[in-house]
Design a protein around this ligand. Structure first.
Ligand code: FES
Length: 140
């Protein structure tokens, strides 16, 4: 365990995973964003806020992608990461302030950085921009 992940926090995350779902993952809604012509998807800030609520996160279901993206809002803005684990490709789910893989327990922070392996690298991330009340996510 790295120093970044305190024992109490880790136990909290682990307990939620063992329980089969943590508060943050059980209730996250899935949004199908608008497809744009230039390889971007988008949704309105209002739609995000309405669905994300206090968790400030939603899954984005994007065509031709097996795994949804996770779109998160933090003080610094919006972050979009893949929910495909970089270890062996299982799905990761939001668990409190972390993203946890159900296969072998890799844990990522909200930006997709590895907190605990065996995942070798960060989750794939996607450029997000905010323009005229819409959140745009570039898929390439
Ligand atoms: S596939 Fe995610 S930790 Fe192994």
């Amino acid at each position: 365990m790295t120093p970044d992940l305190s024992r109490r926090t880790f136990l909290s995350v682990a307990a939620g995973v063992v329980a089969g779902g943590v508060s943050a993952c059980a209730g996250l809604p899935t949004i199908r964003p608008t497809l744009e012509s230039d390889d971007r998807v988008s949704l309105s800030v209002d739609e995000f806020a309405l669905n994300a609520g206090e968790k400030r996160a939603v899954y984005l279901s994007v065509p031709d992608r097996k795994y949804p993206l996770l779109l998160l809002e933090d003080e610094g803005g919006f972050t979009a990461v893949s929910t495909r684990c970089t270890h062996q490709g299982c799905g990761v789910k939001a668990a409190g302030d972390f993203l946890v893989c159900s296969c072998h327990g890799s844990t990522f922070d909200r930006e997709g950085n590895v907190i605990r392996g065996p995942a070798p690298t960060a989750l794939e991330s996607f450029e997000t921009t905010l323009e005229q009340g819409r959140i745009h996510v570039r898929m390439t």
